[in-house]
Unconditional design. Sequence first.
Length: 245
Amino acid sequence: MAVEPLIELRDVNKHFGALHVLRDINLTVGRGEVVVVIGPSGSGKSTLCRAINRLETVESGTILIDGEALPAEGKELARLRAEVGMVFQSFNLFAHRTVLANVSLAQVKVRGRKRGEADRRSRELLERVGLADQAEKFPAQLSGGQQQRVAIARALAMNPKALLFDEPTSALDPEMINEVLEVMLQLAREGMTMIVVTHEMGFARSAANRVVFMADGQIIEDRTPEQFFTAPESDRAKDFLSKIL
Ligand code: ADP
Ligand code: MG
């Protein structure tokens, strides 16, 4: 099946000093696909996500968003960056703004929406993530799981073509993990294109079209969840799975 590529990395390389953190990365994520990225700590998963959103520069290779190469800077970069929403481990909400304002802010600043229009859209999205009644609260009054759902609503508010999640449940207490995964699963079912760095294997099995296993800055395996979890090919993946399962 030929899927239309939405995010493409071609021969991407990146160093931090002497450390080669992304080595000849080639990855294509089709429209509507959900790709789970797993791998040991330090393997380059966060750097990969950050490179796609140009929070990190790369030294060589090309990154394309919906067929357009990410430029190094400028207006075009800001426009393309807004097409890809990002959800981090630490929710990064503005502490002194209400939940509603957190979701509305970038819509006004980046998308140029009127405040009233942005707030309407924010309320719709807060409803969608199960937080309609929390709009006037401040982040500190919410649980971690609720804050992360606000962060997801904020990312969705930009109408992105794709969402990147970098360990979205790693900072959460165990009882809050599912409420966040449920929202992500729902987005996956609705056809959102997603790259998700997570060690939540249940999510990978139920939502992912592909699992990408990274080690030492390289993509070692890129296969379906069944193939990967039942019969990993590489010793690195076998070793990793034996430690986390
Ligand atoms: P992962 O998300 O898989 O744990 P990262 O992408 O965060 O891995 O990091 C990959 C490697 O790059 C690690 O060895 C990390 O210490 C290093 N690294 C990450 N960010 C920086 C940075 N800003 N400066 C120097 N080294 C970094
Ligand atoms: Mg990381």
